[in-house]
Design a protein around this ligand. Structure first.
Ligand SMILES: [Cu+2]
Length: 483
């Protein structure tokens, strides 16, 4: 049957082509399966620093041209209206930032000049933006300049500042400093001097120390008490994750992507355990660096943008599909691909909005933002959430109203976003315990027990029903005022 072989081969080719055709292309999947991207109104600049203010609107500023680093705007998620805000007296491009307990945004460092020739040359300035009064005030200057520092809100509401570079030769500022919010003064951690990565990934851990989870593979705790001290905890399974991303949820940390060439790998550490260690979890569908990871109200982690190409910022291998990580199954699902095909790479940022969408901005030169609506926005009516108190204290049980109280299966608290360079420096989620209230249509929810679990400040509170559909998030302020 020698002569039949080409025919058999052709037949099998045809069959495999038919099989390929039968598989539905992504565009034929429904938004309830893969979510949906929406292009938004173009902005006058590409935002590099994005912050969800306690009023539910997004403060943005750029590193670009005439809007360089000192000309913040306020973007309204409901209307896409853009208004000007009070300017800053210097260029806060490439600064680090975090929200304080009272809702003010604390900004450390920035860019000394207005063009790229000043790259690496960080400023010593630190500032506070008060959203209630639309005004800036100065904190005392830091020990030296910081370009690409990380700011971490501590359990008592103070702010830890680490790393950043001081000069165009990229000399690292090795002194960790704590901004004392109550006295507007600095405390130097002189016993904890250490050269760190740019924008190191730091999180306040359940033990009250701050953990450095990347980009370096060496995982250390920083004890911020007294003069400070570092202890080496463990080593990650993957090597250096430059321009990967990380999120914290319920005392665990997920790190993903990054590296050069970039990796699709991901790993998790559970800091609630007595001897925490990294564990590899399933990889993403594609390798990504310059990638954003965003905690969603249902506890899943949305990953957007990035590039699969090697080198610093390869736009030719930009990734346009979103994907979702489920912290329970630890599996990934590939979601919708943006038809706008805008590379969201270096200087991109993602923000969870109170309405449950994720705002995706930037990438150098990219003026058009997009919003991603996760699948949960297409799975039926959203649970109501009302009568939310504006302020809760640690361990307090507080009541909310929901006409859908009986269908609620999860309650989450997500710290409001302050993100830059694909890393949201204080991104964390707490799953809260709750029970049906004595009155029909009410839920009694218990706030996190301490500032170690959830540092004081503003969070989005979400109810999630048994279909995985979240309420609109309500901003609540956690923690009593700090000294
Ligand atoms: Cu930058």
């Amino acid at each position: 049957m020698e002569t039949d072989r080409p025919f058999v081969r052709a037949l099998s080719c045809l069959l495999s082509a038919l099989t390929t055709l039968i598989v539905l292309p992504a565009s034929a999947q429904t938004p309830g399966q893969i979510g949906q991207w929406q292009s938004l109104i173009s902005l006058p600049f590409y935002p590099v620093h994005n912050h969800l203010l306690p009023n539910g609107k997004v403060m943005i500023w750029s590193g670009d041209g005439t809007n360089v680093g000192n000309d913040p705007r306020l973007w309204d998620p409901a209307t896409q209206n853009l208004t000007t805000l009070a300017p800053l007296s210097y260029n806060a491009f490439c600064s680090g930032h975090a929200f304080l307990a009272d809702g003010r945004l604390f900004v450390a460092g920035g860019h000394n000049g207005i063009n790229t020739s000043a790259n690496g040359d960080g400023v010593r300035y630190a500032s506070l933006y008060n959203p209630a009064t639309n005004s800036w005030s100065a904190a005392p200057s830091m020990n030296a300049g910081r370009w690409y520092p990380t700011v971490t809100t501590l359990a008592n509401g103070d702010a830890l500042v680490v790393s950043g570079t001081m000069s165009t030769s990229y000399a690292n500022n090795t002194l960790p400093q704590v901004y004392r919010a109550g006295t507007n003064t600095w405390r130097n951690l002189t016993s904890a001097q250490l050269g760190l990565d740019l924008y190191p990934m730091m999180f306040l851990a359940p033990n009250g120390k701050v953990i450095n989870v990347g980009p370096t593979a060496i995982t250390r705790y920083l004890d911020t008490s007294g003069a400070g001290s570092w202890t080496r905890l463990t080593t990650r399974t993957f090597g250096n994750r430059t321009y990967g991303s990380a999120v914290m949820y319920d005392g665990k940390v997920l790190v993903l992507g990054g590296g050069d060439p970039p990796t699709k790998s991901a790993e998790v550490i559970d800091l609630n355990q007595p001897s925490p260690a990294w564990r590899s979890v399933a990889p993403m569908s594609v390798a990504r660096r310059q990638v954003n990871a965003t905690l969603l109200p249902d506890g899943n982690v949305l990953v957007t943008g990035g590039t699969s190409g090697p080198g610093f910022n390869d736009a030719t291998h930009a990734v346009y599909s979103a994907e979702l990580w489920n912290p329970v199954t630890e599996r990934w699902t590939t979601l919708a691909t943006s038809s706008a095909a805008i590379p969201r790479i270096y200087h991109s940022a993602a923000v969870l909005l109170p309405d449950g969408r994720v705002l995706s901005t930037g990438g150098n030169g990219q003026l058009v933002p997009e919003a991603f609506s996760p699948p949960y926005l297409f799975k039926g009516a959203r649970p109501a959430l009302s009568a939310v108190t504006s302020s809760i204290s640690y361990g307090q049980t507080f009541s909310v109203q929901s006409t859908n109280a009986s269908s609620i299966s999860k309650v989450t608290l997500i710290r409001i976003t302050s993100v830059t360079h694909a890393f949201n420096e204080n991104q964390r989620l707490n799953t809260l315990t709750f029970r049906r209230g004595a009155t029909a249509g009410t839920l009694d929810i218990t706030a996190p027990a301490s500032g170690n679990i959830a540092p004081p400040g503003h969070y989005l509170l979400f109810l999630v029903n048994s279909s995985g559909v979240p309420s609109v998030g309500r901003v609540v302020r956690l923690g009593v005022s700090v000294k």
